[in-house]
Write a protein that binds this ligand. Sequence first.
Ligand code: BG6
Length: 488
Amino acid sequence: MNPTTFVLFGATGDLAKRKIYPALYHLYIHGKLPASFSVIGLGRKELNDETFRAHVQQSLHDFYRLEVQEGDTLQAFLGLFGFHVLHIDRGEHFVQLKERVERWEKEQEGAANRLFYLSVAPDFFGTVASQIEQSGLGSVTGWKRLVIEKPFGHDLASARELDSQLSQAFTEDEIYRIDHYLGKPMVQRLEALKQANPVIQALWTSRYIANVQITADETVGVEDRAGYYDKAGAIRDMFQNHMLQLLMMLSIHVSNSNATAEDIRLKKKNVLEALEPLARQDVHTRIVRGQYTAGSIQGKPVPGYTSEPGISPDSTNDTFIAAKLNIDNYYWRGVPFYIRTGKRLKSKNTRIVIEFKEPLRSSASAEDSSVPNLLVFEIGPNEGITLQLNTKDPHHKGEFKPVHIDMFPDRAEAQEAYETLIHDALNGDSTFFVHSDEVDLSWQWVQPILEAFEAGEVPLYPYPAGSHGPEAANELLAQDGFHWWFDE
Ligand code: BG6
């Protein structure tokens, strides 16, 4: 039984308690963790094994999505955890950590694996990677892997710099970059639906599809992340990563059910390479930038962005982005992909709408009442797939009526994104992780937008909290004869 140590940097942080401990617990009670497993939590706080276990237990009570059963199983789970005080800039702390990990590994049998999970601010990624290398912690008898989360840089140059720092200690196939949207069950289902259904594969081209709409609306505002968000904006926080990942996952064609992680990642890379580049002088024609003003969300008044704590009253940061993209390849040439995402919008909703062409329309009379076929993937907070078709009541000749075929997957079966992703990382399955090529190509595409924003070349449209965003986002589609679906 090869022992695996889960080395967690930032063990007392927010992500660890909200996501990582509940996910590990879920995997443990379902028998999905390696048989010989230990977690070493790292941080500056003076915790010991006992106080750390109490912290983990509290996190489960606060954040695990189901009820936590007290008893032997829970105690056995907590027994996997130990704490080690570590200052990231102190080389000797890494050496002590290595000795501790080695002591545990020696008590086990087999080649020892180490998974390093960096739940710390990205500014520390480079330092931690080089300390792992220099201390010898990165020399393993089994495998070693590094798990990190976005942001991967704040522009093209810094993303490349980060990549070169990481590559001194880890090879590309040892690095697991998390984009939690790739862990969402519906995003993963999307893959299977296309792989296993010829009926979907056959339709997945510009011959039948008129446009694709990808929306990620949020009702929350900047929350308590002013320092980070005011420098990132919706373009870096959501668009460069989550939204472009959704675009890739939707638009790739994978017809082989044995497709490997490499196959899928290569196809995703091909999509990014086929994205029609956006020159800086054209940014204002394809990108709509907005910022929320005071308004109300579900009847509750909320302040405007520039009145939020920690945000400067003259901030010109974006809290909303809408964009039109074209994929210039055989399948998608001529199909616009519209993307929008923003904070303080009317409702929380992540969905993809595929609008099909209307064969009836060309021959139809003015009173044609058919609607386009739509295939809708609801990604969150609720999951579902809906197909909108036209029908007529056979007894009454006349108007077409839309009918909907709905599928709502069983929630109980669905795993949380972190449960799936941590499990995959432990098993060496990189399908739903971000390759460095994707990071690089997505920043390349976004870089002219950042520059145009920086130079003030793109208007910043105000939109009231609780709305669907600025009117200009509607015009982006209207000029092509389309509209956003489901904006009622
Ligand atoms: C995060 C962003 O990556 O994704 C947040 O930093 C955003 O600003 C969040 O709120 C949205 O995730 P989800 O899963 O709630 O759609």
